[in-house]
Write a protein that binds this ligand. Structure first.
Ligand code: IDP
Ligand code: MG
Length: 140
């Protein structure tokens, strides 16, 4: 099991507002190594597929509409204990509850438009990385 990799997306609201560079800078300065990176406009179908695990949640439709409204930046990352470390690094799902200085506290606008994604398990991280990148595109 790979435990030193995670997956992130800079979400549409943060890309739209021009925060891509600042967020990538914060991630690199936080000690994460970029293994792969891509600028992508997800179709509605692709967003539905990516968030399949949330399809029964009441906010699924809102989430899919949001994530497919404009481009995102998909990034595979490496760090020791990557999953837990990165979720702490980005802050709580609800930006108003995220610790000061975290990416979600700085750039999140609401619980839905919370600026950035972070994988929640090693298994999901590998699925999410494979969703966006072929083996050829990952520089481990
Ligand atoms: P996480 O991204 O912190 O792991 P999850 O509960 O897995 O949070 O939810 C996935 C994504 O769905 C969130 O990052 C957020 O964009 C969106 N979301 C979560 N809860 C709500 C909600 O109550 N309303 C709208 N969107 C939500
Ligand atoms: Mg989650």
């Amino acid at each position: 099991m790979i435990t030193n990799q995670t997956f992130t997306m800079i979400k549409p609201n943060a890309v739209e507002k021009g925060h891509t560079g600042a967020i990538i800078d914060q991630i690199i300065k936080g000690g994460y190594k970029i293994l792969a990176l891509k600028y992508v406009w997800l179709s509605r179908k692709e967003a539905e597929k990516f968030y399949e695990i949330h399809k029964e949640r009441p906010f699924f439709d809102e989430l899919v509409s949001f994530m497919s409204r404009s481009p995102i930046v998909a990034i595979a990352l490496e760090k020791e204990n990557a999953i837990e470390a990165f979720r702490e690094f980005i802050g709580a799902t609800d930006p108003s509850k995220a610790e000061k200085g975290t990416i979600r506290a700085k750039y999140g606008e609401s619980v839905g438009e919370n600026a950035i994604h972070g994988s929640d398990s090693n298994e999901n991280a590998q699925k999410e990385i494979s969703f966006f990148f072929s083996g050829r595109e990952i520089y481990v």
